[in-house]
Design a protein around this ligand. Structure first.
Ligand code: AMP
Ligand code: ZN
Length: 664
């Protein structure tokens, strides 16, 4: 078999597994085997750049950075939908339709997926472009981001038209949304409000690798094009499914508006069993010929109608307001409710966000309150039923002292939240900080979990994360659910964490506002904790993407003697508190201040390696050529329009060889 054949065979195979897994929901290979094959393909592609294909399964991991999304005009305008809220509305709509078309009317009923709409263009079975709805006439091209979504086929199967557009909704399934939020809460980041906003916010992230991490899906509902040989909406859905798209099976073809009403009623009560959120149903005249006859109003098709479900609301009693203390000391007030059924789950608690929110709604213990679960997963209190307020009711007085350690709370100018400043003595902060330190994205200490950390603190065995390194097997064994083997694992896990690179240690320290990305930037710039410790606010803000808020937080962290002592101890235990010599050797300032565009396919180095090389040498990778571009590094198959642009702007074009030479 030739290399090309092997590459094509692997691509086909991976595509099929991807399809089985994401579209059919029926895995045909283990994740591990899939990874092995993907790596094999990646290696072959790296070694044989002539066979590069932008739609290869290897391209799903993302990596492309887009600074400015290109505005693109839609070939077919993306209309909005008219809304209806009642049976009468739907009957009126039917009457209007029947006046305008001859013969019987069938309807395709579909779910109204709650996400962000997307137009995908396919040519010769390959995805060539993905554009947001924008204002309906033109949107933003977000192809690099959309390619990372596994349910978007990059290569179609079967008998597809030469060229067409297909529309769908980018959604975030509820499970994936909750998982993302679990991680955010563990990191003490504010959780995302609802799946819809999180999905639509993902489309225009600049780093497509970030998008790849989010479990987004694309559900398709409409095909547009010329000479498609499709005569009904329902047939279109079937065909799209056969070409490899994810088209939910809940779509139903019905013969009368009465059947439409049944469909609406069914999904109004059963929608909570779906893996994703819907906000209604969309009803479409099935015949495309009749659709043509009906045409469009200024903003929406006459042949379609959305039926919007009402946001579900119930009223219940607010028993008590309690306060939670997070790892950074942030206080969150929580409404403890008389348990009530809402949108398919029992609701017992709702977040009250902060003191302002309580004041604005004048929420008091003992009140009867309205709880809503609209697009939001976390229920919220939208109002108080004042008619039911008990006579002895008193306004809520926000706590002034920490519920865990009694310390007086602080509220910084301009901040919505109160904080407990008892950094070293407030139990949830002490425990939370160590839990963060050991977490997967930080020091990833195997054999040690959050509950054990709480036990260690409670038992007085540790008071901060540097104490972990002095624990012994004998000390740990007596803890609940510990045995000799697990105690040894724990100690070994702690020992192994001494190899974790500096940037992750910096993240693990738990400095407020220093997340993973910021930690990377700071590690790269300062190279050691000693340099960072002595950096001033003025100096910190000169670092790329570091603002005043982060700078102040870093300076504050190191202003505490206690923190400096802990860092010193970590150092004596051998934790990595500077960039390794090896890594340092690969870093220079040679490209400092240079903005570099990479284009084409490379022979001796992968695109990602090339980008990393630029960054390691102090340069900035930019995605589009402008007068600010310093160089274009051009590989094979650099786009002709890019080349012309670079030439017109008199920008130096370097070959792969010339560029590598430059760094020597
Ligand atoms: P609206 O944003 O309220 O005008 O509703 C129109 C939007 O509903 C469209 O732009 C789509 O993004 C979305 N939508 C969700 N599901 C469907 C569906 N099955 N058919 C058509 N549009 C849908
Ligand atoms: Zn406290």
């Amino acid at each position: 078999m030739s290399v090309e054949q092997k590459i094509n065979q692997l691509r086909d195979e991976l595509r099929q597994h991807n399809y089985n897994y994401y579209i059919l929901d029926n895995a045909s290979i283990s994740d591990y085997e899939f990874d092995i094959k993907l790596k094999e393909l990646q290696a072959l592609e790296d070694a044989n750049p002539d066979f590069f294909d932008a739609n290869s399964p290897t391209q799903r991991v993302g990596g492309a950075i887009t600074k400015n999304f290109k505005t693109t005009v839609h070939d077919f305008r993306m209309y909005s939908l008219d809304n209806s809220y009642s049976k009468e509305d739907l009957l009126d709509w039917e009457t209007r339709i029947k006046k305008m078309v001859d013969g019987d009317v069938q309807y395709t009923c579909e779910l109204k997926y709650d996400g962000a709409s997307m137009n995908l263009t396919y040519e010769k079975g390959k995805l060539v472009r993905a554009v947001t709805r924008g204002d309906g006439v033109q949107g933003d091209e977000v192809t690099a981001n959309i390619k990372t979504i596994n349910t978007v086929p990059l290569q179609l199967k079967g008998d597809f038209p030469e060229r067409f557009d297909i529309r769908g909704e980018i959604i975030l399934p509820i499970k994936g949304f909750l998982k993302m939020n679990e991680e955010r809460i563990a990191n003490d980041d504010e959780p995302y409000r609802n799946p819809r906003n999180t999905a639509s916010g993902s489309l225009k992230l600049q780093d497509s690798a970030e998008v790849a991490k989010r479990p987004l899906e694309c559900l398709l509902y409409s095909i547009k094009g010329n000479n498609l040989n499709i005569s009904t909406q329902f047939e279109g859905l079937d065909k799209a499914r056969a070409w490899g798209f994810k088209v939910p099976k809940e779509a139903k073809l019905v013969n009368s508006i009465d059947d439409v009403l049944d469909y609406v009623e069914y999904w109004d009560t059963h929608r909570h069993n779906l893996p994703y959120e819907i906000d209604g149903v969309v009803v479409k005249v099935n015949s495309l010929f009749q659709q043509d006859e009906l045409g469009f109003t200024a903003k929406a098709p006459r042949w379609a109608m959305a039926y919007k479900f009402k946001a579900e609301q119930v009223s219940t009693r607010l028993n008590e307001i309690t306060y939670q203390v997070g790892r950074t000391g942030a206080i969150t007030p929580v409404a403890n409710l008389k348990p009530v059924e809402l949108a398919g789950t029992t609701v017992k608690r709702a977040s009250l966000h902060n003191a302002d929110q309580i004041e604005k709604l004048d929420i008091r213990e003992g009140d009867e309150v309205f709880v809503e679960k609209g697009g939001e997963i976390i229920p919220k209190i939208i109002a108080v039923d004042l008619t039911k307020r008990p006579g002895n009711s008193r306004p809520t007085i926000y706590i002034e002292n920490c519920p865990e350690c009694e310390t007086q709370l602080e509220r910084l100018e301009g901040e919505a939240k109160h904080y407990c400043p008892n950094y070293n003595g407030c139990p949830p902060q002490v425990v939370g900080r160590i839990q963060h330190y050991i977490s997967r994205k930080a020091m990833d200490i195997e054999g040690l979990g959050g509950e054990t950390v709480a036990l260690l603190v409670k038992g007085g065995l540790i008071t901060n994360y540097s104490d972990l390194y002095e624990l012994t097997v004998e000390q740990v064994i007596p803890l609940e659910r510990m045995a000799e083997k697990s105690a040894e694992n724990l100690i070994n896990g702690v020992e192994a964490s001494k190899q974790i690179p500096f940037e992750r240690v910096l993240f693990a320290l738990g400095i407020r506002y220093v997340g993973e990305t910021v930690a990377k930037k700071l590690a790269k710039h300062y190279k050691s904790i000693d340099a960072l410790m002595f950096a001033s606010i003025l100096d910190l803000v000169t670092v790329d993407e570091i603002g005043e808020r982060i700078a102040e937080s870093v300076v504050e962290f190191f202003s505490f003697e206690e923190n400096r002592k802990i860092v010193e101890r970590l150092k004596t235990f051998g934790v990595q508190l500077e960039i390794s010599a090896e890594k340092l050797a690969s870093q220079t300032d040679k490209l400092k201040g240079k903005s570099i565009v990479v284009s084409g396919v490379f022979v001796s180095i992968s695109r990602n390696e090339l980008k990393k090389l630029i960054e390691d040498n102090g340069g900035k990778v930019s995605s589009s050529i402008s007068s600010k571009t310093s160089y274009v590094v051009a590989g094979d198959k650099m786009g002709p329009s890019k080349r012309t642009k670079a030439e017109n702007l008199n920008i130096t074009i370097l070959s792969e060889q010339a560029f590598l030479e430059l760094l020597k």
